[in-house]
Each structure stands twice: as C-alpha cells, then as structure tokens.
Design a protein. Structure first.
Length: 296
C-alpha cells in the first residue's frame, strides 16, 4: 500500500428505502474511503500464474474506487455487510506484524485514500446510527478492506463462512482485534434459485448467505429479497457490474474457474428475478440501488 497525500472521494453515501412486507426499510451505502489497485489486479492479463506476475510487474493503477459498506435497518435488527477500511492503513508500520511476503504483496497491489471522517463509526453517525445499534455483521471475505472496521464493533455478532475463516486467502490476521471470534457458518443444502446451498440469516428468510467463490475459495454474498426486487451484496465477485456482464475476470481472483461459475450463477439468478447487483468497489453501486438499476 502506498500513501497518497491528496484525499478526494467523489462517492456519496446514499440511503435507499425498499419495501419489506409492505413496510419501509432503509438500506445505507456508506463509503469508507477509496482504493486503487494495479490495473492487472482488477482485470486479468494472461493465463494462470502469469496473470499474478503481471500484477506485480504492472506500473499502472486504476482510478480510486469506493470501499462500500452496506447497512440494512432490518426489522429483525440492523445488519451490516463488511466493515470497510480505516485511515491507519496508510501508517508505514501498519502491517509490521505480518510476514515480509505479506507486506510485499500488500504494497504491490493497492493504495488507499482514507480519511478518519470516512471510518465506519463516523459514517454510521452520519445516518443517525451508533456502532452498538448494529446487531449482526456479515463478512463476504477476510481481505483487509472488508475487515479493518471490525475494531469498532466489540459487542456485535459477526458471521463468516466457515471455509473462508479456516482457509483464508491473502488475509492479514494481525490486523484483527484480539477479541475477534466470528460465528462461522456452513451453508445448508437447500437450493435457492441457482445456488445449491445457502444459509438463512434472518428467521423470515429474506436475507440469505450464498456461496460465490472465486475471489477467495470461501467468498460469500448476501441476497436480500425485498417485496419488489432482490439485492445481491456481491463483495468482490467482480469489481464492477460490467465485468460480470462481459465475463471479464479480475486478476486478483484465486480460482478463475470458480469465478466463471459464480458469474454464470449471478447472471442466471438475475434472469429469474429482478436483481440489483452491488460489488463492494463499484463506483455506480449506491446510485444503482437507489435508481433500481437491474442487472438484466
Ligand atoms: Zn477482496
């Protein structure tokens, strides 16, 4: 990670109101700063292992992309998806307890622009919520820009896919708070449309945790079935909606074959149900939810 001195964030927090059993439910898109990655990290160049070398040797960065956190004011309790990034990520010694290899990789793939005003406790205050109001935090995967805000929620229940927790890929565990002990869950083999397994998050079954591997082996997404359409909180399945439509894979992903299957599942799902697709770093995601921009 390389520091950049000028902090500019063009991405606005947006609150969208959806209907659930006829009642209004707020969904907040909160931008916890921005990240730029190597171009070949966002877009795969070359086959297999070569694509990984092409990330390290790439000198070009993408534009700064948002780091979205999603908050649903669900009637069963406030649910948050991922925890975003924090300003301390740019401290030179932030990863001092990680291995030299892990630090080298982190420095070689991305750079952040994060202001303390963009950290999650302040962002929640901006929508009149306190950190202790959040009942459940669901993690799509364990990469730094999805886990660094964990520290604000010592009293909140965390949920993560058991496989992701036991077999993480490129996570930086020395950055977790010492108290971080998430509830690990296994999918249940009940078929939800195109997904052959899912874990029901709410007792009403309107929030589901589904396997979307490829970015990491245990990567998961969250489906929210509102009265009028479905929302897929997609984590890092892809960096943009355009990628999943065109089939363009990120070089970042650990398993390109699994990614292709996940892309097919998402597109098949969107053909069956009206779906708003929300990757964590898609510059248009918050606006697309607000304007009901469906994937298909
Ligand atoms: Zn990631």
């Amino acid at each position: 990670m390389k520091e950049s001195s000028i902090i500019t964030n063009p991405y606005q927090d947006i609150t969208t109101i959806v209907k659930l059993k006829g009642k209004d439910v707020k969904v907040h898109a909160l931008c916890t700063g921005t990240v730029a990655t190597k171009v070949n990290f966002r877009t795969k160049k070359g086959p297999g292992f070569i694509s990984k070398l092409n990330i390290l040797f790439d000198s070009q960065y993408t534009e700064y992309m948002p780091i979205w956190v999603w908050v649903i004011e669900h009637p069963e309790g406030i649910v948050m998806i991922d925890t975003g990034e924090i300003a301390a990520v740019n401290n030179p010694d932030y990863l001092v307890h990680e291995s030299a290899y892990a630090r080298f990789i982190a420095d070689s793939i991305s750079k952040f622009q994060i202001d303390e005003k963009e950290e999650l406790d302040r962002k929640l205050a901006g929508v009149k919520l306190k950190t202790e109001d959040v009942k459940l935090i669901i993690l799509t995967h364990l990469h730094l820009d999805h886990t660094d805000g964990i520290r604000f929620f010592p009293k909140t229940e965390f949920m993560v896919n058991e496989y992701e927790y036991k077999h993480p890929y490129s996570n930086l565990p020395t950055t977790y708070p010492s108290w971080f002990k998430p509830n690990t869950v296994k999918y249940k083999p009940n078929r939800v449309e195109v997904f052959d397994a899912a874990y029901p998050i709410t007792s009403s079954g309107d929030l589901l945790y589904v396997p979307t591997p490829g970015h990491t082996n245990g990567h998961s997404s969250i489906i929210f079935k509102t009265d009028d359409f479905d929302i897929v909180f997609a984590g890092d399945i892809s960096y943009t909606q355009e990628q999943v439509i065109s089939g363009e894979l990120p070089g970042a992903h650990i398993d390109f074959d699994k990614s292709k299957q996940t892309y097919q599942n998402i597109m098949a799902y969107a053909k069956q149900r009206k779906t708003v697709y929300l990757p964590s770093h898609d510059g248009n995601a918050a606006q697309r939810l607000n304007s009901r921009g469906f994937l298909v």
